[in-house]
Write a protein that binds this ligand. Structure first.
Ligand SMILES: [Zn+2]
Length: 242
């Protein structure tokens, strides 16, 4: 089965989970693609402090230029910075990146706080799909759902699918879920809601391809649904839209 992956980190790592040695550069990723039959991935920088992101976004743009048929680049922006809107403009219009990765715990912001309304309006205006890290606290799917409802045309992908993400999937048509670090049971529940809005994600290099692929394979869902998760839903969201 062909695979497209919506969640890969590329470039130098900050001091996050140093035991997994998360710095990974593009040649290593292309090697992994060949080994695990991955055709294409959405790639973005590792978590860091906000002032490091612009340089890291530049690296992602360079990688995409080298491998335009294998990589789709997302940027990272610290929403608390005064120049956040400027950096959004730059990643879309100068760097040609296709979306945004947000991690409300790392970037330390509450997505539904009024302070960030303008930031999300800008994202919506630039039509940048957003992959959110989800979990607890500021990263709760319930908070992100509010953004999705305010901007119903903006695709919002909830990373690391769990129960609260399944609930959000049922509550807004522009919500997608991504499978890195999940369990087969949550994939089954999501497919029951809408098999067209479930995307394979690996979170390489924090997680490993063999395990992340096996999680989707272990789900008791149709072959057709697996094809959609591994490949077709990604194509519909990122490739066929023009
Ligand atoms: Zn990640």
């Amino acid at each position: 089965m062909k695979i497209c992956d919506v969640h890969v980190h590329l470039g130098k790592s900050g001091p996050w989970q140093p035991y997994v040695k998360p710095s990974m550069y593009v040649d290593k990723l292309i090697h992994l693609f060949k080994k695990y039959n991955v055709e294409r991935a959405v790639v973005f920088p590792n978590p860091n402090v906000g002032d490091k992101y612009p340089k890291m976004n530049d690296y992602i743009a360079d990688c995409v230029k080298k491998h335009p048929n294998r990589l789709i680049g997302f940027g990272r922006v610290d929403p608390r910075r005064e120049d956040a809107a400027e950096e959004l403009n730059r990643i879309k219009n100068s760097l040609g990146l296709a979306g945004l990765k947000l991690h409300p715990m790392v970037e330390c912001f509450r997505p539904d706080h009024p302070f960030f309304e303008k930031f999300f309006e800008k994202i919506n205006e630039l039509k940048l799909p957003v992959l959110f890290h989800t979990g607890t606290g500021f990263s709760s799917p319930g908070l992100i759902l509010k953004i999705a409802k305010k901007h119903p045309k903006l695709p919002i992908i909830l990373g690391h699918l769990r129960e609260a993400a399944v609930n959000a999937l049922g509550m807004a048509e522009n919500i997608y879920v991504e499978t890195s670090g999940t369990l087969p049971e949550f994939i089954e529940l999501s497919v029951d809601i809408d098999e067209d809005r479930v995307l394979f994600g690996s979170d390489v290099p924090y997680y490993r391809y063999p395990v992340q692929i096996a999680i989707v394979k272990a789900a008791e869902i149709s072959r057709k649904a697996k094809r959609k998760i591994f490949y077709e839903n990604f194509q519909n969201l990122f490739i066929k839209k023009e």
